[in-house]
Design a protein around this ligand. Structure first.
Ligand code: PEP
Length: 246
């Protein structure tokens, strides 16, 4: 099964309108590589302005609430970010799991809400360093997939991202064989959950991916692209990753 490579930036809590030229430059580079699906997830305040400069490059949100509406001060529903111009969203990012105590069940509910609103979904899973050191990484990731992959997840709208928490923003990455092994485990788990559809679902790697290591990571079996934080913040750093995926 051939899966198109996907490269997605996650700007986290970075970005003001002054940064729109970076988004425009990234989108222009992405348009030169039509064989790669490139998207950028930005703070909610930037979704609408970003769509104005992104051309055909999809702009995404970094999170959504699981409810359609309600008394949830400061939160945004999937319909809201969609109306602002998002066509996808990240859910279950480890920074939300850590900072907002989000569970795999929360990620599952958010993924379902996003899907119901017509958004594509990138669901993040990944172990902590302590879990890896204790030899529990595989069990933890499989349990997260079990509890958070939405029902009837399909390749047309659902993407999984394996992001070892200890690799995010640290400059450290797992060994290539560790990435290969976890992606194979994740795909096998997906197949037990959604059957043959799993063969088409893309599994991204995330955690300190840069222009320097992207080509080797993206060449690993079952790595269908990358979810990139720090190195997606400027065109200068992000474009080499897009090129490595092409
Ligand atoms: C992320 O936040 O999803 C991420 C992978 O960050 P970084 O690339 O900075 O490690």
């Amino acid at each position: 099964m051939t899966r198109r490579k996907m490269v997605v930036g996650n700007w986290k809590m970075h970005g003001l309108k002054a940064d729109l030229p970076e988004i425009e430059a990234i989108a222009q580079a992405a348009a030169q590589k039509p064989m790669v699906d490139v998207a950028l997830c930005v703070p909610a305040t930037l979704i609408a302005p970003a769509t104005g400069v992104a051309g055909t490059m999809p702009i995404g949100a970094e999170d959504v609430h699981a409810a359609d509406k309600g008394a949830h001060t400061g939160c945004l529903s999937a319909q809201m970010v969609k109306e602002a111009g998002a066509s996808l969203t990240i859910v279950g990012h480890s920074e939300r799991r850590a900072d907002q105590n989000e569970t795999s069940h929360d990620a599952w509910a958010k993924a379902a809400a996003a899907r119901a609103a017509g958004l594509n979904v990138i669901l993040c899973v990944g172990e902590t360093e302590a879990e890896r050191d204790a030899g529990r990484a595989e069990r933890v990731v499989q349990a997260q997939i079990e509890k958070s992959v939405p029902d009837a997840a399909a390749a047309s709208w659902f993407t999984l991202a394996y992001e070892p928490r200890w690799a995010i923003g640290t400059g450290r990455t797992p060994k290539l064989e560790e990435i290969e092994s976890m992606h194979a485990i994740a795909r096998a788990k997906l197949s037990r959950m959604v059957g043959e559809e799993a063969a088409g679902i893309r599994i991204l790697y995330g955690g300190s991916m840069t222009g320097a290591n992207a080509a080797s990571i993206l060449a690993v079996d079952n790595v269908d692209g990358g979810l990139i934080g720090g190195a997606s913040l400027t065109a200068e750093k992000f474009i080499p990753i897009i090129q490595a995926a092409a």
